[in-house]
Ligand binder design. Structure first.
Ligand code: FAD
Length: 357
């Protein structure tokens, strides 16, 4: 395997973004408030893309099977709050189940974490209680089936937006993919990567890893929903005030304020878009964890690097690859931790046996 080019000339746009993680597990539940049914679908941490279609099906199912949900007509007013990957997949699921009166309300539709995310299908940066982990595993298997159908060209609604490609990890446990093996994935194989420069690394590879293209898939979801649901741009300050019989709360980090959910925490990530690469060298994904450490602002940093074969819409033919990433709990735009970009680059160079200048 040829390493990606990581010298300064090959590094493009630098991006900070924030994973909406909920300590203990995402909130996938329903509650009744007066005459209103509220379904929560938020807090997926670093796994929102990995879980979105399965999570939407699970939460819509919970709502429709509840006593109040069973009596709702197909044309009952439903509001989905949030237009990230979780909100759009929730709206998609409702449309697929025949709901005809769905409104998606959000204060932002573009430039979200959901557009900027890497795109590896693997459950990471979550903190799930054991009972919930079993449900999350099943949701992940369902989501894998969905994205595999997109990648194989058999999905009736989406012609592109996901690719099947090899996914390399240091070991099976850290991949988070073992619960999928035997259900939708083949077992990982032990491999030695040889970078052709005297450096080799023992890794495991899942040949049927899935890479999702977040920005493209967000565009396709939006296009699918256009004309089938109503979109409204505004900030919601109270779910109970919405004039809908059923409300889906898909607000990610917004749930900390809207739902007064103190378990919601922002997990900062750093990404660098790669440019002028050899596309053939970037046809797989790699995830490697480094040692934990403290940032200059004193926050705990779980450091790693990952590389995916991602392109930004409109980028040049050789501008392929996104390079991440850090997991810094509690970090916000006020603590950008910019020095982490260099730590990440140096760590990746050491992994590939590229001299660190
Ligand atoms: C660096 C990085 C890399 C990542 N890589 C991956 C990956 O490889 N694989 C993976 O599975 N996941 C990955 N993720 C995680 C994934 O991006 C998130 O889990 C996912 O995008 C969360 O989606 P969401 O819809 O919950 O939140 P968001 O995309 O943040 O959307 C929230 C929506 O709610 C709206 N909203 C919030 N509050 C209100 C309010 N009060 N009123 C109205 N609207 C409101 C917002 O405007 C927005 O529309 C990554 C994340 C980061 C940061």
């Amino acid at each position: 395997m040829n390493p990606p080019k990581l010298d300064r000339a090959y590094l493009g746009q630098r991006i900070h973004c924030y994973r909406p993680m909920r300590r203990g597990s995402p909130n996938l539940s329903v509650e009744t408030q007066g005459k209103q049914l509220i379904a929560h679908n938020y807090g997926h941490g670093g796994s929102g893309w990995t879980l979105a279609p399965g999570s939407a099906a699970y939460v819509v199912g919970l709502a429709q099977q509840s006593a109040q949900g069973r009596s709702l007509a197909k044309d009952a007013p439903i509001t989905v709050v949030g237009a990230g990957v979780i909100g759009l997949f929730t709206a998609y699921e409702l449309v697929k189940r025949g709901c005809t009166n769905v409104t998606v309300v959000a204060d932002r539709f573009d430039g979200l974490t959901s557009h900027k995310a890497g795109g590896l299908l693997a459950p990471v940066s979550m903190d799930n209680a054991p009972a919930m982990q079993r449900i999350i595993d099943q949701i992940g298997v369902d989501a894998y089936r969905f994205f595999a159908s997109v990648a194989k060209g058999t999905n009736v609604d989406f012609a592109k937006g996901a690719t099947i490609c090899p996914a390399y990890f240091e070991n099976r446990e850290e991949s988070g993919l073992e619960p999928y093996v035997g259900q939708v994935m083949e077992p990982a194989k032990d491999v030695t990567l040889d970078f052709g420069n005297g450096t080799t690394r023992d890794m495991v590879v899942y040949d049927d890893g899935i890479f999702m293209e977040p920005a493209a898939m967000m565009q396709s979801l939006r296009a699918y929903l256009e004309g089938k649901v109503t979109f409204a741009q505004r900030k919601v300050t109270s779910l109970a005030d919405l004039p809908a019989a059923l409300v889906f709360n898909c607000t990610g980090l917004g749930a900390r304020e809207l739902q007064r959910d103190q378990e919601m925490v922002s997990v900062q990530g750093h990404l660098i878009m790669l440019k002028d690469q050899v596309p053939a060298d970037l046809q797989s994904m790699v995830l490697v964890y480094y040692a934990k450490g403290k940032t200059v602002s004193g926050q705990e940093a779980k450091r790693s690097f990952y590389i995916f074969p991602k392109r930004l819409p409109g980028s040049g033919a050789n501008d392929i690859g996104v390079f991440g990433g850090t997991f810094i709990e509690g970090a916000t735009p006020q603590t950008p931790n910019d020095e982490e970009f260099q730590i990440m680059i140096d760590g990746a160079k050491r992994f590939y046996g590229i001299p660190v200048s």
